[in-house]
Design a protein around this ligand. Structure first.
Ligand SMILES: Nc1ncnc2c1ncn2[C@@H]1O[C@H](COP(=O)(O)OP(=O)(O)OP(=O)(O)O)[C@@H](O)[C@H]1O
Ligand SMILES: [Mg+2]
Length: 416
């Protein structure tokens, strides 16, 4: 089985000689290491940070706090004997750092701490999504996709909020990533939050962050998703599911461009572009009183609608090949037969229709033998479970007209 190693980026700030000696070992352990001074951190991003604390950092701690807040990840302090003697260093490190090390380094302990910090950052979802990978490409050559690409290239450079609408599974998140990738903000974080997937009592702190001790269980300061997206793009998925109370807070942030962490009293300026997506009818929600009208207008400055697959017939083969390749790589299996294989019925109405009606009429279609051979059936058995799950996801775009068309196909009477 092919296991793709997870890329782990470490940024070492204000390194000392002991830090430099540590770096080759960390590189050998799979860390991609970068180092710089605190003043030069600028645009750099990382999954975990290591900062050698110096007396001047503690005299003017704002720069360190700013670095840690903005990075949106976990930091480990490196403490010299000189710094350890300073007053308040303990409180400062406990409040702002994930862990600390004293010099000289215990190399194996450093590796364990870095791994834990990396895991914690991921668990908390503090790290942001990289959007440059090929799986975030909007595939397809059908007219709706070509028009969508053209529209996105026009909207991406603007700073206005975009409301992305469309059926479930039609690529709304991919559209958001494309907008970010093509924007001026592409080098900054893309932070996504699914407003419908987070319990109501946690979403305030998830979005806005909290101060240490803000509520029972708030053992550490937490940077919210909005703040973590500073300079970049915030993608609010399933915005229609945001509770009313949070809608008011979000609106305030959109108007004032600053937030307050839960339990905090300092307004924090944040510069993000907001993209939101929904598959629900927001106008109906506004009419019903479950979605604030003022927030609706704030988010709906520009609008993009994603087309369902049933309107993008030409894309089916390309997407099928893409997912077959993707999941066979993931499972370490040989890529499944391509759309060019003679028995593959993509080019036909049946092939197109089955994509929107798996697993019912499609199940028959997959097993449809050509020339009396049962090859497609064998193929079906080899399709990975994830691949099938994906098709089930796509099934959500099935509609009555398509189902009808598919039913007709299986009797061999339909054309499109
Ligand atoms: N045009 C496309 N090119 C490549 N992959 C696509 C395309 N459209 C959708 N997908 C894939 O389909 C899956 C669903 O896409 P995505 O999550 O962006 O949809 P969504 O509209 O946000 O769905 P939901 O409403 O369920 O959240 C993803 O794996 C995505 O990569
Ligand atoms: Mg989505």
């Amino acid at each position: 089985m092919i296991v793709t190693p997870v890329q782990r980026r470490l940024l070492v700030v204000d390194p000392c000689d002991d830090c430099y000696e540590l770096l080759p070992g960390l590189r050998a352990a799979g860390w991609e290491v970068d180092s710089c001074t605190l003043a030069a951190v600028g645009e750099r991003s990382c999954d975990v940070g290591l900062l050698r604390l110096q007396p001047y950092h503690l005299e003017r701690p704002e720069a360190v706090k700013e670095l840690i807040s903005r990075s949106g990840t976990e930091w480990i302090a490196v403490l010299t004997q000189e710094v350890l003697r300073l007053q308040n260093v303990g409180d400062f490190v406990c409040e702002w750092f994930f862990d600390f090390h004293t010099l000289p380094f215990d190399v194996s302990r450093v590796q364990v701490t870095l791994g834990r910090a990396f895991g914690m950052a991921r668990l908390r979802g503090k790290g942001y999504t990289a959007v440059d990978e090929p799986e975030h490409e909007l595939l397809g050559d059908s007219r709706p996709i070509r028009e969508l690409r053209k529209l996105l290239s026009k909207l991406a450079p603007t700073e206005s909020p975009v409301l992305i609408r469309g059926d479930s599974g039609t690529g709304k998140e991919l559209v958001a990533k494309t907008l970010h990738r093509q924007s001026q903000r592409h080098a900054k974080p893309f932070v996504a939050i699914n407003c419908g997937a987070i319990p109501e009592h946690l979403i305030q702190s998830e979005l806005f962050g909290h101060e240490k001790g803000a509520f029972t269980g708030a053992h550490q300061r937490k940077i919210g998703r909005i703040e973590a997206a500073n300079g970049g793009t915030l993608f609010l998925d399933e915005i229609g599911d945001l509770p009313m109370e949070l809608q008011a807070n979000l609106l305030r942030f959109l108007q004032e461009k600053q937030i307050e962490r839960v339990g905090g009293s300092q307004p924090i300026p944040v510069d993000v572009r907001v993209l939101a997506a929904t598959h629900v009818d927001l106008e109906a929600a506004v009419a019903k009183g479950t979605f604030r009208e003022d927030l609706y207008y704030r988010l709906n400055v520009l609008q993009v609608v994603t087309a369902p697959l049933r309107e993008r017939h030409g894309d089916v083969a390309m997407l099928a090949n893409h997912f077959a390749r993707f999941y066979s790589q993931e499972t370490g299996r040989r890529p499944a037969a391509s759309a060019k294989t003679p028995w593959w019925p993509w080019g036909t109405t049946l092939g197109r229709a089955m994509c929107v009606s798996w697993p019912t009429a499609c199940a028959e279609a997959w097993c449809w033998p050509k020339g009396g051979k049962s090859k497609p059936l064998i193929w079906v058995c080899r399709v990975s479970r994830q691949f099938r799950r994906r098709w089930l996801h796509w099934k959500t775009i099935n509609t009555a007209p398509n189902a009808r068309r598919c039913a007709m196909c299986s009797t061999g009477t339909a054309t499109t």
